[in-house]
Design a protein around this ligand. Structure first.
Ligand code: C5P
Length: 320
């Protein structure tokens, strides 16, 4: 086999409820992940030793050494593949990026998930989805969801997943990519600081700093909206505890969020740790209008229209 190519989606968090920091430095979460139609493509090909090449959107910001999350996933999979007949040889990973880097869309985690699927196929590793999910959880908090895709509730660090049962509704989203980046650990740290400085105080218009609850709760209104497939209700129920922290580090995002709401978005929020802004549109036509207007409004670097939910990491070639 010359190589295996896997396509993997970006994720949004329709809810991101963050608890206080744990002893291990991570924060306990309740989140509702939602995979959308913005994909990276990863090819794994046999090589003398492990290596990575990155092309496309933001490629210069992706580490091409052992820090690369996809290469870390390869190493984790190699350690997990124990069948005596399997000989996990060296691989070269080529990542064609369309998911912007450090944008709150879990692009690095997506690439790691895709590398797991590609190498499992290349080596004939024989790991099933539950075993891959276990390896994924060790590589990063969002990697397991990129394997699963769809819409799912995440707990723990975000790695303990339960698929959300929902009707086959297709949601239309507009993503506004920012001219800049945010580091996930820095955004979590900013939230801790905001909370320490007086949780509950207003961080800005419509964005009170959410209190650090002992154990965050799943938003029942969001789950009921998803069950009904009513985009209007989903739009009203979107929430992200990291948003005030992202706005404190990147104040220009306020303008972007306000612009989308003025253009008729059913809901608006920062994606994960940001700085991408996410808008829910009532249908495909509204999404197109909103995307065109946002592009012209000078409130972001570029705009994309995506739909969700979409499936997780999957082999595209050679066809299975
Ligand atoms: O797990 P991952 O490597 O993707 O997480 C990146 C960083 O985000 C962590 O090092 C941590 O600072 C922060 N994080 C967190 N709580 C989570 C997930 C991530 O504090 N549940």
């Amino acid at each position: 086999m010359t190589g295996v190519t896997v396509r993997v989606p970006a994720k949004l968090n329709l809810q991101l409820a963050v608890g206080p920091p744990r002893a291990d430095g991570y924060h306990g979460l309740v989140t509702v992940f939602h995979a959308v139609s913005l994909f990276d493509e990863i090819t794994a090909a046999p090589a003398g030793r492990d290596g990575v090449t990155v092309t496309g959107e933001g490629a210069d910001r992706v580490p091409a050494d052992g820090d690369n999350l996809a290469l870390r996933a390869v190493a984790a999979l190699r350690a997990a593949v124990t069948a005596p007949a399997v000989r996990p040889a060296g691989v070269h990973i080529t990542i064609a990026k369309r998911i912007p880097v450090a944008a709150g869309l879990a692009g690095g985690s997506a690439d790691a998930a895709a590398a797991l699927v590609a190498c499992n196929e290349l080596w004939d590793g024989g790991l099933g989805q539950p075993q891959l999910v276990e390896v994924a959880a060790r590589v990063g908090s969002d990697v397991a969801f990129a394997l699963l895709g769809g819409t799912a509730v995440g707990r723990g660090r975000g790695e303990r997943l339960t698929p959300a049962l929902a009707p086959a509704t297709r949601y239309h989203w507009v993503l506004a990519f920012a001219d800049g980046h945010l580091s996930t650990p820095e955004v979590y740290a900013a939230l801790d600081r905001l909370r320490a400085a007086g949780a509950g105080g207003p961080a800005g218009a419509g964005n009170p700093v959410p209190a650090a609850r002992g154990k965050p709760d799943l938003n029942a209104a969001l789950m009921s909206a998803l069950r009904s497939g009513d985009a209007r209700q989903v739009g009203r129920a979107l929430s992200n505890d990291l948003q005030p922290a992202a706005l404190s580090l990147f104040p220009a995002l306020r303008k972007t969020l306000a612009a989308g709401l003025e253009l008729g978005a059913l809901g608006a929020l920062v994606a994960g740790s940001g700085p991408t802004c996410v808008f829910l549109a009532a249908n495909a036509d509204r999404a197109l209008e909103m995307a065109v207007s946002l592009s012209g409004a000078g409130v972001c670097r570029s705009v994309a229209r995506v739909t969700g939910p979409v499936p997780g990491a999957a082999v595209v070639s050679p066809a299975r």
